[in-house]
Write a protein of this length. Structure first.
Length: 107
């Protein structure tokens, strides 16, 4: 469960997590983490929602154009790479606008 200023948040499915619904494996993982935390100093438990997100994201990374990457590397090495500040500024503003529109809908 995630808490921000003491308020529980729903998980990504929109349902509030309930401790009674925790699987036996998760309960064992929590117990193992607690017992090993005294030795390691840090306990990390990954819940089922996080595991499912991780499984969903596998294989969804964007394709890389290796030829373009090599061309950019070569132009940087040769000193011929040209930076377009207007394009960078436009994309930065676009990303900021998208971020702001996403955060305002979450409230």
């Amino acid at each position: 469960m995630i808490r921000v200023t003491g308020q529980p948040l729903s998980d990504v499915s929109g349902q509030k997590p309930q401790a009674s619904n925790a699987s036996k494996a998760e309960q064992n993982a929590v117990q193992t983490a607690k017992s090993s935390a005294t030795n390691a100093g840090v306990a990390v438990v990954i819940g089922s929602a996080a595991r499912s997100l991780s499984k969903d994201a596998v294989g969804q990374s964007p394709e890389v154009n290796n030829a373009k990457v090599e061309a950019v590397k070569a132009s940087i090495k040769d000193g011929t790479f040209v930076v377009n500040p207007e394009a960078i500024a436009d994309k930065l503003l676009s990303s900021a606008k998208e971020f702001m529109s996403n955060t305002t809908t979450l409230k």
